[in-house]
Design a binder for this molecule. Structure first.
Ligand code: CO
Length: 150
């Protein structure tokens, strides 16, 4: 496994509109992208940028994003997450890898439960999820690094 940048932290919310106000007014976010639907995954998503660090001793990676996730009608996985966590909450971590198919093969070889085939994710590149029970309790999204971010 070739660990890449922490691309985003997925946060489920019952209302992206309310969460945008929270990240803008409470957290001071200045770059909040337009929400959009991912009908194949039954969700509406919205990315909030956190800026790169300007301090010393930091990694070279740019800022990480928060991925706000709201279920579309008929969604089951995010909807059931919100039943257990009505105010929303941290849902998954997403790491970049250079080669999605190589990463999938490596997780499978390590006995990890990969959830489905690689498919197009919110950034337009291939992604897959790995079961939290095989990942120290963390639902983990693996995403091929977007070319435009190089
Ligand atoms: Co995600």
């Amino acid at each position: 496994m070739k660990l890449g940048r922490l691309n985003h932290i997925g946060v489920a919310t019952p209302s992206i509109a309310d969460s945008i106000i929270f990240y803008r007014d409470v957290m001071g976010a200045t770059k909040i992208h337009d929400p959009f639907d991912l009908p194949d995954q039954g969700v509406k998503v919205c990315f909030v940028d956190t800026p790169p660090s300007t301090g010393s001793g930091q990694t070279e990676s740019g800022g990480t994003q928060i991925e706000l996730i709201e279920p579309l009608p008929g969604n089951t996985s995010i909807a059931s997450f919100l039943e257990k966590n009505p105010k929303g909450g941290q849902h998954h971590l997403c790491y970049e890898v250079p080669d999605i198919h190589a990463a999938k093969a490596e997780f499978v070889a390590m006995g990890k439960r990969v959830l489905g085939e690689p498919r197009i994710g919110a950034h337009g590149t291939l992604i897959f999820f790995v079961h939290p029970k095989d990942m120290g309790g963390v639902l983990t999204e693996i995403m091929e690094t977007p070319r435009s971010e190089h």
